[in-house]
Design a protein around this ligand. Structure first.
Ligand code: F6P
Length: 547
C-alpha cells in the first residue's frame, strides 16, 4: 500500500465512505434544512451549489484534513511563485502569470516574467486593432475578416470553446474557424467556404512540431498561394503562435509575425497566452482582457481564500471524494445552452491529460483511482440521448450542470424552458422516484394491478446521483474566464492530493511515435511483417483499397 492510502486520513475517509453508502441525498436534504445554504457559495460572479453532492460536514472535515496532510496549499503557493512543480519536465507551471492583473511580479529562475507577458499582450492588441481598423490588410488590399486557427489539443480546444461561448461578443464582421484534425476533410471543408483574399491563418503550436498542425498549415499555405497566385501573400495572411521561433521561421513565417509564449505554459492551459490570439481577433482585445480579468478574479480567490471558503479547493476535494472513495469513474459536464457546447471537450483535455496518471511524483505506481473520464454534452439535447443511463443505469455518475441565467438571444420562452429543465434534472437525479410513488401515480392514472405489477419497477429512478450546479448571470468574458479557471484549479487540487504531475503528458507520446513508424506502410506497399498480426491485417485491407 502507498503512503497515501495508508495514511490515517485516507483510512478515515475510506471508512466514512463505507458508512455513507446508506445515506440517500433525499434523506440528507429532508434531515438538514440548512444544507443548500451551507453548501453553496458565490465566487467571481459564479453561483455554485454543491449541496447535491454526496457529502456531509464530516466528509468535508475529513477532506480538509487530507488537504492539510497532503500540503495542497503549499503546492498552490509553489505554483503561484514560479517553482518548477512540473518535475518530470523540470518546468514552472505559470498559466496564472498570463492573467496576473495585480502588478505583482512573478519570478522564474530569478527573472520576473511579467514584462514579457505584458509585451505579448501589447503585441496581440497591436495586431488585433490593426486588423479590425483595416490597417493590416490582405495581399490584395482587402480587409481580413475570416480567421482560421490551425492547431490541435491545447492549441485548438481553448480558443475554439471560448469563441463559441462568446459569439455574442464578436467584433462586427469577424468570423472564426478552426482546423485541427489531420483528417483531410477538416482542412478542405473549412477552406472551401472561404475567400483567400479575406482570410488570415493563425498557425498555433507550442512546439511547432505537431504532425497534424504542420500538415494542415502546409495545405492552407498551398491553397492560399494557388488561389492568389502569389508566394509573397503568405506574409500578409499567415501568422504563428509558438514557443519555437526556429521552427516557425523554417516553415516560412517571418518571426516578426510570430506571437511567442513560454515553456512554463502547458498546452492545455494556454488559451490565456498568445494561443488566445483567435479569441482576441474574434471578440477584440478588450474582450480578451475581460476574459483574463475573470480568470484573475478566480486565481486571486484560489490564492487567498481561507480553506473553508476556497471553492476550487472544495470542488477539487470533492472530485477526489467521488473518484477515489465513492468509486465514480466519470464526471459528466452538462452545460445548458449551445454556447458552451464545447466545454466538455475542452475539460476532457484539461482534466484527462492532467490527471490521467498512474505513477506518483516519486515514480511509484499508484494504488488509488486518479482522474475520472470526463465527458458530457449540452442540455437539453443530452436529456433526449444519454441521461437515461444517469437516471436508471447501474453507475455512479457525478455531473456538473452549468448555465448562464440570461441569454443574449431572447427567443420566446426558450430560456425559461432551458433553466427549468436544468433544475428539473438536478432534482430528478437527486430525488429519484421510489416504487411507492410510482405505484400511487399509476393507480391515480387508472392502471390495473396487473399493469402496475408488470411495469412499476421499470419506472423507478434510484436518484442519489450527485451533481454540482454552476450559474452565472450572463455569458460574459469575465464569467467564462472565471468558470474555466475554477476547473483548472480543481484539477490542480485533485492532482496535488493524488501526488501526481498534472502538467506532463508522456502518455500521448507513444501513439505519436507509433504513427510515425506506421506512416511509410500505410497504402504504400504490402504488409511488412514488422507489426503485430492485427495491425498487419488492417494494413493489408488499407493497401487493397488504397486507390
Ligand atoms: O499530443 C498532446 C499535445 O502535446 C497536447 O498536450 C498539446 O496541447 C497538443 O499536443 C498540441 O501541441 P502543440 O501546441 O505543440 O502543437
Amino acid at each position: 500500500m502507498s503512503a497515501l492510502t495508508q495514511s490515517p486520513t485516507w483510512q478515515a475517509l475510506l471508512q466514512h465512505a463505507a458508512e455513507f453508502r446508506v445515506h440517500h441525498l433525499r434523506d440528507l436534504f429532508a434531515e438538514d434544512p440548512g444544507r443548500a445554504a451551507r453548501y453553496s457559495t458565490q465566487v467571481a460572479g459564479l453561483w455554485v451549489d454543491y449541496s447535491k453532492q454526496r457529502i456531509n460536514d464530516r466528509t468535508l472535515a475529513l477532506l480538509d484534513a487530507l488537504a492539510v496532510t497532503r500540503g495542497v496549499l503549499t503546492r498552490r503557493d509553489a505554483m503561484f511563485s514560479g517553482e518548477k512543480i512540473n518535475t518530470t519536465e523540470n518546468r514552472a507551471v505559470l498559466h496564472v502569470a498570463l492573467r496576473n492583473r495585480s502588478g505583482r511580479p512573478i519570478f522564474v529562475d530569478g527573472d520576473n516574467v511579467m514584462p514579457a507577458v505584458d509585451a505579448v499582450l501589447a503585441q496581440m492588441r497591436g495586431f488585433a486593432d490593426a486588423l479590425h481598423e483595416g490597417r493590416w490588410l490582405g495581399a490584395t488590399g482587402e480587409r481580413l475578416t475570416d480567421v482560421v486557427n490551425i492547431g490541435i489539443g491545447g492549441s485548438d480546444l481553448g480558443p475554439r470553446m471560448i469563441c463559441d461561448a462568446l459569439a455574442s461578443h464578436a467584433v462586427a464582421g469577424m468570423r472564426a474557424h478552426f482546423v485541427s484534425n489531420v483528417a483531410p476533410s477538416d482542412v478542405a471543408t473549412v477552406l472551401a467556404g472561404l475567400d483567400p483574399r479575406r482570410t488570415l491563418v493563425v498557425v498555433a503550436s507550442k512546439t511547432f512540431t505537431t504532425q497534424e498542425t504542420l500538415a494542415n498549415a502546409q495545405a492552407a499555405r498551398r491553397w492560399l498561394v494557388d488561389q492568389l497566385g502569389d508566394e509573397t501573400a503568405v506574409a500578409k495572411h499567415f501568422v504563428a503562435v509558438s514557443t519555437n521561433a526556429e521552427a516557425v521561421s523554417a516553415f516560412g513565417i517571418d518571426t516578426r509575425n510570430m506571437f511567442p509564449f513560454w515553456d512554463w505554459v502547458g498546452g492545455r492551459y494556454s488559451l490565456w497566452s498568445s494561443i488566445g490570439l483567435p479569441i482576441a481577433l474574434y471578440i477584440g482585445m478588450d474582450g480578451f482582457e475581460r476574459l483574463l480579468e475573470g480568470a484573475h478574479a478566480m486565481d486571486e480567490h484560489f490564492r487567498t481564500a481561507a480553506p473553508a471558503d476556497n471553492l476550487p479547493l472544495r470542488l477539487g476535494l470533492m472530485d477526489v471524494w467521488n473518484s477515489s472513495f465513492l468509486g465514480a469513474e466519470t464526471l459528466a459536464i452538462l452545460p445548458y445552452g449551445t454556447r458552451l457546447h464545447r466545454l466538455p471537450a475542452y475539460l476532457q483535455q484539461a482534466s484527462m491529460e492532467s490527471n490521467g496518471k498512474s505513477v506518483d511524483l516519486d515514480g511509484a505506481r499508484i494504488d488509488y483511482a486518479t482522474g475520472p473520464v470526463v465527458w458530457g454534452g449540452a442540455g437539453t439535447n443530452g436529456q433526449h440521448a444519454f441521461y437515461q443511463l444517469l437516471h436508471q443505469g447501474t453507475r455512479l455518475i457525478p455531473s456538473d450542470f452549468i448555465a448562464a441565467v440570461r441569454t443574449h438571444s431572447p427567443v420566446g420562452t426558450q430560456q425559461a424552458m432551458l433553466l427549468s429543465n436544468l433544475l428539473a434534472q438536478t432534482r430528478a437525479l437527486m430525488l429519484g422516484r421510489d416504487l411507492a410513488t410510482v405505484t400511487q401515480e399509476m393507480q391515480a392514472a387508472g392502471a390495473s394491478a396487473a399493469m402496475i405489477a408488470a411495469v412499476a419497477q421499470h419506472r423507478v429512478c434510484h436518484g442519489n446521483q450527485p451533481s454540482t450546479t454552476i450559474l452565472f448571470p450572463q455569458m460574459t468574458p469575465e464569467a467564462v474566464g472565471a468558470l474555466v479557471v475554477l476547473y483548472e484549479h480543481r484539477i490542480f487540487v485533485a492532482g496535488a492530493i493524488w501526488h501526481i504531475d498534472s502538467y506532463d503528458q508522456w502518455g500521448v507520446e507513444l501513439g505519436k511515435q507509433m504513427a510515425g513508424e506506421l506512416l511509410p506502410s500505410v497504402g504504400q506497399r504490402p504488409p511488412t511483417g514488422r507489426f503485430d498480426a492485427s495491425t498487419e491485417s488492417l494494413l493489408s485491407i488499407i493497401h487493397q483499397h488504397w486507390i
